[in-house]
Design a protein around this ligand. Sequence first.
Ligand code: ADP
Length: 450
Amino acid sequence: MLSEDKITVFLKLQQAVLDLEEGTKLLQLFLPTVLEELASLGYCYEFLSAIFVDPDHKLQRGFFVDKQTKIVSEKEVIHTEILLERGSSWEMELLYGRPLLISDIKELVDLSFPKFSEIRSLLILPIQNTHNFSGILVLASPASSDKINPEEIEFMQMITRLIDLGYRLQDTESSLTQITQQVYEMNAKLHQLDKLKDEFVSVASHELRTPMTAIRSYVWMALHKSDIPLSQKLERYLYRTLISTERLINLVNDMLNVSRIESGHIEINPKVFDIVALVKDVMEEVKVKAMEKRLSLLVLEHKIPQVFADPDKVHEVLLNLLGNSLKFDYPGGMITVDFFTDGKMVEVSVRDNGLGIVKEDVGKLFKKFGRLDNSYVSISTSGGTGLGLYISKSLVEMMHGSIWAQSEGVDKGSTFTFSLPIATQEVLKESEEFHVRPKGEAKTLEPVAI
Ligand code: ADP
């Protein structure tokens, strides 16, 4: 049975281990506490010492407390290099986790210290776990080694296990700190790479756009302004070149937009404006394309309150939604734009009676490159990038709105609806919240209009 004061000391030290905080210097703070507490037990030991070694068993730090002063100091009183000499029988015993009782102490303790002349034996306990040997606890006794009772050894073993626990906890914490540090560093690198990627996309897009725009203009002129008659074959070739160039310009513009959105270089400049008028303007812009495909356009006008949003960005969203309806509606179909309001938001819906979307695919629409299999044939001829709806969603959300799609299924048409805040007094009072300023340096490149 352990005596009450030993139990008290053990519990105290156990609490001290549990209280070890991240970054606590176990060697500097906890070990001296252990020695102090053990010395307070009023042992017959002449001195107690806790010694820590490095992985090569070379002395790292040693603490010492003697019976008289009970003051812990950093001092080496044991010749660790002899005790822990590689391959020695002492070292082997300790490595196996067994306590050592040594009677012949002459070569181990610096007996020139006057107070050590009384020492007759040493009890040495390893501080170790299965993976590591981190140190030893040394108790120097004036009694011969056979006088040290097993219960005493057991108690000291409990203490070394506690020290080891503290050591391991500290190890875990320091490796956690290391991991956190590594994660931070990797994050910083990723950010840097991401920035480089953004810059690359931006520069590459710009470099691509200039010649592409020139190609498109010259092909268009060759098609429409030629002063010599074109053969049917040549006209077909030129027309295909024009379509492909437009597709490329679309792709580059979309990539540039995505890069800007993701790098936070987009700017939202909200204004109070009439959304119905804007819709009518955009309808005018797409009229020619609608006529080419024999599609009718219809705006269902209502009295709708003005919205507070960035008209350029709303224009972009509308162009994308109407552009999709033009792509996926069947010749002879109808595209209808309708409005709805609940007093807080205005909803604008773009409906077509074309290809439609299967229910399971509705969730994929607004993801990056969210082109759907059912429409693959159509997009292969219409030049989609699968980025338009992702960009639209990002823009609408930046303007405090939302966007969603509905369809009854294949060939049943689709309705895309987005909402924007009404320019109420309340909204205008908080107008600053609706602005989005570009992070850092704003890019000056603008997408090319086709
Ligand atoms: P894309 O440039 O390919 O049109 P979007 O992001 O605008 O890219 O659209 C993603 C996909 O959503 C399209 O490829 C198409 O599969 C589907 N989609 C979008 N609008 C419609 C629509 N009005 N009718 C049917 N499918 C549509």
